[in-house]
Design a protein around this ligand. Structure first.
Ligand code: PBG
Length: 325
């Protein structure tokens, strides 16, 4: 096909024609809305590095979920910020933990809303690492047991989907086994399978107060230079029982999203992380970019790369923008 026989502009003439040939769709049905759950009641503490995002007490989280559900958002993911942190992150698997309380409250009011829970220890440990410390390092196998306990306690409180984000080896299998042997074979696992050691998590660590107190996460999160290794990580998680595999962050890793979808044909989630959110917010607030237009463009690009679902702090904004369209 050559010009002048082929004239691509023919199919760009007006909105109706453009819609006829549109290849990728973005719908509110693809979105998962992250929420930070903190202690107390009637509290919404702003996260200064993420304008528009707040740390919510359980009662306020229920209100936020109701709003999200009314906008057509099908799912939320919960992150817990406990009142007290300790060396083994014991609030993570306490029946009275903030996430466990939020799960019960949300499920009571909005039983149809899908509730995903982030399973990790970094928000709960006083040292800020995603596992327990042994001989100065993060102990993989000792951590698995605690992650499995945390996952089980989320399932018992009503979680629909468990999302381990710690990047310990073997955790998907450990969680699948504990869920199955306790009658939770219908609780799904969304594995943070290819999770990179990324600077884009900076604002989240302020929101969750989870910056490591020594060292960094490079001994468990992936090296941004590696793509083939991401395929091995995804393959392992699928073998261990992951139902959905996640790539995180999204924007600097669209090639990884694409490869995972092509190679495995599994449901793929992408995490449009805190730093990606804050960059757009900051530039939008300065009037340097058209924030609304860019939110939709970015989310669409993540879908085009191959993600089925997107975790995004823009979920509510995007839902409203998609309604207006
Ligand atoms: C917990 C976790 C993190 C994020 C999600 N789960 C932080 C980290 O690994 O440091 C980041 C999410 C975001 O930046 O929006 N391990």
């Amino acid at each position: 096909m050559q010009f002048p026989a082929y004239r691509p502009r023919r199919l760009r003439k007006n909105e109706k024609v453009r819609q006829l040939v549109q290849e990728t769709t973005l719908s509110v049905k693809n979105l998962i809305y992250p929420l930070f759950i903190g202690p107390g009641s009637h509290t919404a503490r702003p996260v200064s590095s993420m304008p528009g995002v707040t740390q919510l007490s359980v009662d306020r989280a229920v209100v936020e979920c109701r709003e999200a559900a009314a906008l057509g958002i099908p799912a939320v993911i919960l992150f817990g910020i406990p009142e007290k942190k300790d060396a083994t992150g014991s609030e993570a698997y306490s029946d009275h933990g903030v996430v466990q309380q939020a799960l019960r409250a949300i499920k009571q009011t909005l039983p149809e809303l899908i509730v995903v829970t982030d399973v990790c220890l970094c928000e709960y440990t006083d040292h800020g690492h995603c596992g327990i410390i042994k001989n100065g390092g993060v102990d993989n196998d000792g951590t698995l047991e605690l992650l499995a306990k945390e996952a089980l306690s989320h399932a018992q409180a009503g979680a629909d989907i468990i999302a381990p984000s710690d990047m310990m080896d073997g955790r998907v299998g450990a969680i699948r086994r504990v869920l199955d042997s306790n009658g939770f074979d219908q609780v799904a696992i969304m594995a943070y399978a290819a999770k990179y050691a990324s600077g884009f998590y900076g604002p989240f660590r302020e929101a969750a107060d989870s910056t490591p107190q020594f060292g960094d996460r490079r001994s468990y999160q992936m090296d941004p230079a590696n793509g083939d290794e991401a395929m091995r990580e995804v393959e392992l998680d699928i073998q261990e029982g992951a139902d959905i595999v996640m790539v995180k962050p999204a924007l600097a890793y669209l090639d990884i999203i694409y490869r995972v979808k092509q190679e495995f044909g599994y449901p793929v989630a992408a995490y449009n992380v805190s730093g990606e959110y804050s960059m757009i917010k900051a530039a939008g607030m300065n009037g340097w970019i058209d924030e609304e237009r860019i939110i939709l463009e970015v989310l669409l690009s993540i879908r085009r790369a191959g993600a089925d679902m997107i975790l995004s702090y823009f979920a509510k904004d995007a839902a409203r923008l998609l309604q207006d369209k």
